[in-house]
Design a protein around this ligand. Structure first.
Ligand code: NAI
Ligand code: 13P
Length: 329
């Protein structure tokens, strides 16, 4: 019997897709990476580098890249790592098949208000879906630094099929069936990380940042429970774990966007300068809309929305948050 490991496909050649490809190739298997830009594909195949999105990493030569989604037809497993707002149209162009789709993007679709799993179900009907999410800076995973994630599956059989293909000595998935909880943690923390960046940019100190993380987690939990998520998932790797990571470092694109807002720059101008995605900027308005529809109060999310549209300056936004009526924790 051949011991050849099945090729895994990765859809999305940004920082996270490339880092996941590098992690997956570390056990000697072939990884096929679909990237949107031909220049990214050429550089990965010719030089084993992705200088546009993941600088300073020599990629495993077992990673091959393509701009043609049809090339992924033979893969037994596909990790979906596009920005959230592009996922639906990319999956709609995927040739039909039955391979598992592991959704790794973090966000809520702006136009529909759908979680990624709902958008994927509509775009690629009949595919088994799961969600991989957690505290995972791409550059650390690409370097093989220890990382743990939530892998939310439809059932235990799916977990047993997927987890062995994804787990590596320094990359540990943890099982849950709470797909909604895993998605909401990853989507909401990006918005809260913008708020924490604002606190950093304004120089308000560590106490304020910790307060924002804790009160932000309360918002995430209220919203998650209203959507049917489980509290344990929200307080696990894909919720609180990722919230703490993303709210603690300028390695986060969301945090650094917030920091620049806190320093007085304007959101449109900051985002126009970037090729990389700060998902929280797209998730914030739709999250606010869905939360209002469900009657969930999210004052920190409301504040981020106002900052992003430029309706209020950072200092005034924080003052308004601090002036809210005193209440029970
Ligand atoms: N970078 C990280 O450390 C992590 C990122 N994520 C999530 O992974 C997802 C992808 O983010 P990154 O890989 O960081 O992206 P990135 O910011 O590094 O790169 C942007 C990506 O957008 C793609 N793109 C641009 N226009 C497109 C279009 N019209 N259609 C399809 N793709 C298009 C580019 O090809 C590129 O892959 C996001 O949802 C992010 O929240 C999750 C965990 C960690
Ligand atoms: O999701 C991430 C870490 O888990 C990456 O965060 P940023 O998108 O803010 O860089």
């Amino acid at each position: 019997m051949s011991d050849t490991k099945p090729t895994v496909g990765v859809i999305g050649g940004g920082a996270w897709g490339t880092a996941l490809a590098q992690m997956l190739a570390s056990d000697g298997r072939e990884v096929l990476l679909w990237a949107f830009e031909p220049a990214v594909v050429e550089e990965i195949n010719a030089q084993h580098r992705n200088s546009a999105y993941l600088t300073g990493i020599d990629l495993n030569p077992a990673i091959r890249a393509s701009t043609d989604l049809a090339d992924l037809a033979g893969c037994a497993l596909l990790l979906v790592v596009t920005p959230a707002q592009h996922m639906r149209h990319v999956l709609a162009a995927l040739p039909p098949g039955t391979a598992d789709l592991v959704l790794c993007c973090k966000g809520i679709e702006e136009a529909s208000g759908d979680l990624m799993v709902d958008a994927a179900r509509a775009a690629a009907p009949g595919r088994p879906l799961s969600v991989l999410s957690g505290p995972t800076f791409a550059h650390e995973v690409a370097r093989g630094q220890p990382t743990a994630v939530t892998l939310a599956c439809e059932d235990h059989a799916q977990w047993e099929r997927i987890a062995p293909q994804i787990a590596r000595p320094a990359f540990r998935p943890y099982f849950t069936t709470d797909i909604t909880g895993a998605e909401i943690g990853g989507a909401v923390k990006n918005v809260l990380a913008i708020a924490c960046g604002v606190v950093e940019g304004l120089g308000l100190g560590q106490n304020a940042r910790a307060a924002l993380i804790a009160r932000g987690f309360a918002e995430m939990t209220r919203f998650g429970l209203a959507c049917g998520a489980q509290a344990e998932t929200l307080s696990g790797l894909s919720g609180l774990g990722d919230l703490v990571l993303t709210c603690s470092s300028v390695s986060s694109r969301n945090f650094s966007l917030g920091k620049a807002l806190g320093e007085g720059r304007n959101a449109a101008e900051i985002l126009a300068d970037r090729a990389t995605v700060a998902e929280g900027a797209f998730t914030a308005p739709v999250l606010q809309r869905v939360a209002r529809d469900r009657g969930v109060a999210m004052p920190i999310v409301d504040t981020v929305c106002a900052l992003l549209t430029g309706d209020v300056a950072a200092g005034a936004a924080v003052a308004a948050l601090l002036a809210r009526p005193l209440t029970a924790e």
